[in-house]
Design a protein around this ligand. Structure first.
Ligand code: FES
Length: 105
């Protein structure tokens, strides 16, 4: 599947993702800027914050209590479409569109 990352300036990057990887791992491996992921995906940093396209958001598994708690610690304030990208798994046949915030720290 293709993950489309849009940065805060509106520039988009399409990345071919591997099912089972997270949206965070896909970004880091492909040099997509705007996702810091300080904790490496262990749900303790909130520097992998993204805004998910509303249509895509509806297809994702719900936010866990821990992710919800961490989303209060993002550098740019959370919105209804906020997720932590280390908690979003790439699924075969499911393209995703996310926007990275202006800053993660
Ligand atoms: Fe740290 Fe997602 S990478 S919470």
């Amino acid at each position: 599947p293709t993950i489309t990352y849009t940065d805060a300036d509106g520039q988009t990057r399409d990345v071919q993702a591997t099912p089972g990887d997270s949206v965070m791992e896909t970004a880091v491996r492909n040099g997509v800027p705007g996702i810091v992921a300080e904790c490496g995906g262990s749900l303790s940093c909130a520097t992998c914050h993204v805004f998910v396209d509303e249509e895509d958001l509806a297809t994702l598994p719900p936010v866990s209590d821990m992710e919800d708690e961490m989303l209060y610690g993002t550098a740019v304030d959370r919105e209804d479409t906020s997720r932590l990208s280390c908690q979003i798994r790439v699924v075969d046949g499911q393209d995703l569109h996310v926007t990275t915030p202006a800053t993660q720290v």
